[in-house]
Design a protein around this ligand. Structure first.
Ligand SMILES: *[C@@H]1O[C@H](CO)[C@@H](O)[C@H](O)[C@H]1NC(C)=O
Ligand SMILES: *[C@@H]1O[C@H](CO)[C@@H](O)[C@H](O)[C@H]1NC(C)=O
Length: 298
């Protein structure tokens, strides 16, 4: 702002403060964290827009793209705001996930599966604990994720892991270590990527990417991280040891009972997702699992 506008900016500032007294939105805008503070580019076509407040990933026939957090985390409430590739995006996969490195890894996945124009976007989630995944669930989205930003969140504390889309829980993985079910405990870093998944993502891999529609672009915002940070994640080896301190009650996502289980409103929303939007659940796939995994409701 030039000095000539000084005369204007003071009363305007006062007006905003008066109108927005107690308005947290304005404060949030003032303290937005840029990409560079917490994340780094890992591969492919990545552009930084709005001075690092928005990141664009693109996929063309030469490459996809990805970024990752600089640190790894042992618990937290992780979030990205995302706008997914539009147009005819069959075979295009956008992913937001947490993953540990090394053997017997832990991983929590959101995978957004593109489709032909006019067909609803689908979302696959998966949970890996101690190297074992095979816990896919799939839902269709009830809105168009390509036309606006939405919040995609993963809560991870000692009690439960919950995947949220905006305020709606779409998946819950409870800590059932007491009955012998593995639960993620390894330090994980946050990753986001855009890639060619046309070998499996759409119609079981039968619908291929229409490259005449390329480049496909996904947009990301909100690079603040609420997590228990554990140090630099190297490309080779991350600390593999468990870190009990990240489950300590000094973190708000661990210490408030509202994060230990869904409240009744969230339960109702989750039930609605399961009834009306979930079209695949490994827990009801008896041909695949004649003996359902122990964590599944009996
Ligand atoms: C990739 O796309 C470009 C631009 O559409 C095209 O010129 C090129 O031939 C394509 N390459 C391959 C390997 O398909
Ligand atoms: C819960 O976490 C918050 C933020 O991390 C902290 O300020 C507060 O003291 C914690 N409460 C308890 C009971 O530990």
């Amino acid at each position: 702002m030039g000095s000539s506008s000084f005369g204007l900016s003071f009363p305007l500032g006062v007006m905003i403060v008066v109108l927005c007294f107690g308005c947290r939105g304005l404060l949030a805008v003032a303290s937005v964290v840029g990409f560079e503070r917490n994340y780094k580019i890992t591969w492919g076509h990545v552009s930084s827009l709005d001075r690092g407040q928005t990141i664009q990933l693109s996929l063309d026939n030469s490459s996809g793209a990805g970024f990752a957090s600089k640190l790894s985390y042992g618990s937290g409430y992780f979030r990205l705001r995302m706008k997914l590739p539009n147009k005819n995006s069959a075979g295009v996969v956008t992913a937001f996930y947490l993953t540990s490195r090394g053997r017997a890894h832990d991983e929590l996945d959101f995978e957004f599966l593109g489709d032909k124009e006019g067909k609803p976007y689908r979302v696959q989630t998966n949970v890996f604990a101690n190297g074992k995944g095979d816990r896919e669930q799939r839902i269709t989205l009830w809105f168009d994720p390509t036309s606006a930003y939405h919040n995609y969140k993963i809560l991870w504390n000692p009690y439960q892991i919950v995947f949220f889309i905006d305020h709606t829980p779409i998946r819950v993985y409870k800590n059932k270590v007491s009955i012998g079910v593995n639960y993620p405990t390894k330090p994980m870093h946050i990753e986001a990527s855009l890639w060619n998944g046309d070998s499996w993502a759409t119609d079981g891999g039968q619908t291929k990417i229409d490259w005449s529609q390329a480049p496909f672009t996904a947009y990301f915002k909100e690079f603040n991280i609420d997590g228990c940070a554990l140090g630099l994640s190297s490309n080779h080896k991350a600390p593999d040891e468990k870190n009990p301190d990240c489950y300590s009650s000094k973190f708000w996502w661990n210490n408030r009972s509202k994060y230990w289980r869904l409240n009744s409103q969230q339960q109702a929303a989750y039930k609605n997702v399961k009834k009306n939007h979930m079209y695949y659940d490994y827990c009801s796939d008896l041909p695949r699992f004649p003996n359902l995994p122990k964590e599944c409701p009996q």
